[in-house]
Design a binder for this molecule. Structure first.
Ligand code: SF4
Length: 359
């Protein structure tokens, strides 16, 4: 349980299959099980916008499960309040996926609901999320304007009624999200880290990372993923509450990271737009891996612009800096620089600490 599986690949389908092969998923499922897949279809935008799950990841998962002898598979989701889940499914190509593999799609807004009491909350949850043998969560790793991070734990908010989604906001989100993860058990997680949004759950500022992660513990994955986009776990309330009530473990130095494709991480293609593109002004890049470059973009985004303008030199990043000297560097490739962030790739949270130190 204390393991996180990571793959770096720009081909989401191939990358998912390789990731799942390395993971224990085959040992956790048995033929005859009903398996429910919960992607993030928050609104009708294609995954390239940074808000919604790539269908290729779900396709990889379906192929893998069928190979395990599982044929009772369904995809469940409800878009956010005011959005049409069917439009989201269509915008993300899930209707084609459903037809190709004969896997039904369900809009949980149309589901039956029941109340589950957990702690001080009574949560109106969708039947399909609880009446299943095995729930697989496939969130997008991205920033959130209120909770800072949205990943596995928050993705379950798509498994409650719209009425309950509204109520969660009045209750402050963090407590209800943590307890929701007690009411609905996630059995396995595959995190879509292909191109999550820099600022907001709605997308529009996607940052390409080309990273896929998997594991059995949603809290462990979320607390690790928080660092990838620049937050400490203790900054995110629902991670702390989740730890207190036993949802799982928080990421720490004892967590085993099993990283695939380490020596062939995809290089950045500079596909950033908007805010992310403007942050390039502070970077000198030469053959940077997208996982490394995206971490630097997330870290720079959190720094105040006036602070960044005090930087005496740009921050060097990329394999082209191996063996070279310089002032500031990001990642192990820049180990010859006067000051650099360790890691291959480093986490955004460590880059932020580095920036605070040099500025
Ligand atoms: S340190 Fe170098 S090799 Fe490692 S992720 Fe960054 S750019 Fe890639």
């Amino acid at each position: 349980m204390n393991k996180i599986y990571i793959n770096y690949d720009e081909n989401a389908l191939k990358g998912t299959l390789k990731l799942l092969d390395a993971s224990p998923l085959r040992m956790l499922v048995t033929p005859g099980m009903k398996i429910s897949i919960k992607p993030n279809m928050v609104l009708a935008k294609p995954p390239s916008e940074g808000a919604t799950t790539h269908p290729e990841i779900v396709e990889g998962l379906i192929c893998y499960l069928k190979d395990c002898g599982i044929h009772n598979i369904e995809i469940i989701e409800s878009a956010w309040i005011g959005a049409d889940t069917w439009k989201s499914y269509h915008a993300c190509g899930f209707d084609r996926l459903s037809a190709k593999y004969d896997v039904p799609l369900y809009d949980l807004k149309e589901d039956r609901f029941h109340k589950i009491r957990t702690g001080k909350y009574e949560i109106e949850t969708c039947r399909k999320a609880t009446d299943t043998d095995f729930l697989i969560n496939i969130p997008v790793l991205k920033a959130h304007c209120q909770t800072l991070l949205t990943c596995n734990m928050k993705n379950l908010k798509g498994c409650i009624s719209d009425r309950e989604k509204r109520r969660f906001h009045t209750l402050g989100l963090h407590g209800p999200i943590a307890y929701l993860n007690q009411a609905i058990k996630t059995h396995f997680c595959v995190v879509d880290g292909i191109c999550g949004d820099l600022t907001f759950e709605e997308g529009g500022n996607p940052v390409t990372r080309n990273m896929l992660l998997a594991g059995q513990d949603p809290l462990l994955l979320d607390s690790y993923c928080a660092g990838l986009i620049g937050f400490r776990a203790d900054e995110i309330g629902y991670l702390q509450v989740g730890s207190d009530i036993g949802i799982g473990r928080l990421y720490d130095e004892n967590t085993e990271l099993i990283q695939l494709n380490q020596d062939h991480k995809p290089l950045t293609q500079h596909s950033e737009r908007g805010i992310a593109a403007r942050l390039r002004n502070y970077i000198q890049e030469d053959q940077a891996c997208s996982a490394c470059y995206s971490a630097l973009i997330f870290a720079l985004h959190q720094a105040d612009r006036r602070t960044l303008d005090k930087l005496s030199d740009k921050i060097d990043i990329g394999q082209g800096f191996r063996g070279k000297e310089g002032m500031f560097g990001c990642g192990s490739c820049t180990a010859g620089h006067q000051s650099y962030v360790k890691g291959c790739p480093p986490a955004a949270v460590d880059i932020i600490a580095f920036l605070q130190n040099i500025l």
